[in-house]
Write a protein that binds this ligand. Sequence first.
Ligand code: IVH
Length: 699
Amino acid sequence: MSKTDSLTDNEAAARLEWLATEIARHDAAYHRDDAPEISDAEYDLLRATNRALEKQFPHLIREDSPELAVGAAVSDAFTKVQHRQPMLSLGNAFAAEDVAEFDERVRRFLSLEPDAPLAYTAEPKIDGLALSLRYENGALVEAATRGDGRTGENVTANARTIANIPETLSGDAPELFEVRGEVYMSHADFAALNARAEAAGGKVFANPRNAAAGSLRQLDSGITASRPLRFFAYGWGDVSMVPGETQGDVLRSIGAWGLTINPAMALCDSPDALVAYHADIEAQRATLGYDIDGVVYKVDRLDYQRRLGTVSRAPRWAVAHKFPAEVATTVLDDIEIQVGRTGSLTPVAKLRPVTVGGVVVSNATLHNEDYIAGIGGDGEPIRGGIDLRVGDTVQVRRAGDVIPQVINVDLSQRPKDAKKFVFPDTCPQCGSAAVREEGEARRRCVGGMICPAQAVEALRHYVSRDAADIDGMGVKQVEAFWQDGWVREVADLYTLEANHGDALRSREGWGEKSATNLFAAIDARRTLPFARFLYGLGIRHVGRTTAAMLGRAYGSWQAFEAAMIALAAGDEEVRETLLGIDGVGGVLADTLASVFSEAVTVEHLDRLKAHVIVEDAEAIAEGGVFSGKTVVFTGTLEQTSRAEAKAKAESLGAKVAGSVSAKTDYVVAGAAAGSKLKKATALGVTVLSEDDWMRMADS
Ligand code: IVH
């Protein structure tokens, strides 16, 4: 902890002011934006420093003291919920002495003798986000996040999609009961979600807590429903009746009504038993299947809890016993560059193996080149501007179950000949250019299909529904054929029958019929519309709309490819023409130039075109009702698929957007349309029924 003894009033006041601002900023980053910038341990240190200063200089306690507020302001995107009972936070204990002190404090407050019986419940502290569920007459009527403790966000529709949150309570639930607990995502579900997001080129979450928070705080509950969230009940708020006399009894009742309580909850009758419980759970931490950051102890008797009450932001009857940050010192032996499925280059620290919190660590993420250079990057810039060099002595941290990180360099141990690390500007896997776009933290290989690290993803993309749409070719098939060396690039799909037809027909799990179906599906895609073909190539920034737009601008594949090759060769006129197309910017032009400047890419395209005829692009209908308009589809369309409707709108010259804003011209609302329809109505955007849309689109 920082030294505070010799501070003057002025210095202490300045420091308290800084701490209040800093803590409020981190509260907002954590609670409101789901994007923490510092670790829990660092945050706890800030708070502890603040508390120590406030204790020493009580006359300087600020009105906006972090001790007087809980959490962060709520987002405007949700309606607000006033908590009838505040949602509190917890005081922390880090060492066995802190736990003994907690027990002494409780006894002192209650005037209990040191040997009088005093039991505590103990349970894991789930690293998720708090949720309050209000049940009236057994039915779920409202769900709210914690927000600042007094006002939370109404996330009822989203909470209803969580599988283990019951719509109605079974048995003899009281008239009114608010269940409080934690929403979280398991390790397995988190990994699968990120794998899907990575494959789709979407946003990857840093840890399960952020994934859970980001998923619960969605404006579209359809998205929440697709995220595998879970809930552990650990307490209650506003209630008409308390069904028991102890914490344990009430939680068991909540469990009997159909909610999930933590099976690891135990009753402990002494501080020693609490500390033993802490050690036991810490030993199980890696195998629990979800992130925890400590354990929580609560005085079991509710009459004691009532007498103890709360102080500022936390109850006197409970404490969180945190796990220590797991840090070890070792040597950075090498920096390796990994290429992800979507082409991003990630530097990985190869470490001299060291045990961190019971696990041997030999790799740690270095995030990106800025992180190595010591200027921040994705990670936490605690190295204070020091660049990392091979041979450095470094500190490594495993925070919870998150990937290990290098957090500190010991400059006094730096070898004299240690050289600055030069981040490569070519892909270590395929040699293509690795480009860092403005505003991006990572370099990306532009090799796409020809890069072995990206091949499976590129193949999967090519066969996907919006691209070549080859029936019967899913991720599983693509991966298997790639592993066997049957399909290493897209062109190989078209020679699959000729080269491996017999082998596939007799392959396990296949057979004559399914193989024939697959070959027919491939044959059906030997001719492709321009936009599908271009989109299928998986070039960064070339989504379906952009592909269609480029098609309309260049007409034929031949013209487009010739222009791109000229662009790559530095033809300024071609660049000007390209930039003149509505919707094309410098980033896209640069990407296209780098892609078409790779000889291997052009050769690969030649091999592919030997098998595929690319149709000329359709000219758009000019001047129709939808020309130049922004359209949003929401709800379930009954007469066509969403993909077909979207394609139709685009062919009519419309831009199809995913969310409603003031710039939206039309919202087409299918059955069970939800928040987007609401927003459209609120913004006065024209809403069309599916029938209206069909009529107008066909006219
Ligand atoms: S009890 C009145 N029990 O930790 C006491 N909290 O740092 C309220 N948390 O806001 C909290 N697991 O979101 C309690 N088993 C558990 C918990 C738990 C996770 C969270 C909760 C709370 C935060 C306090």
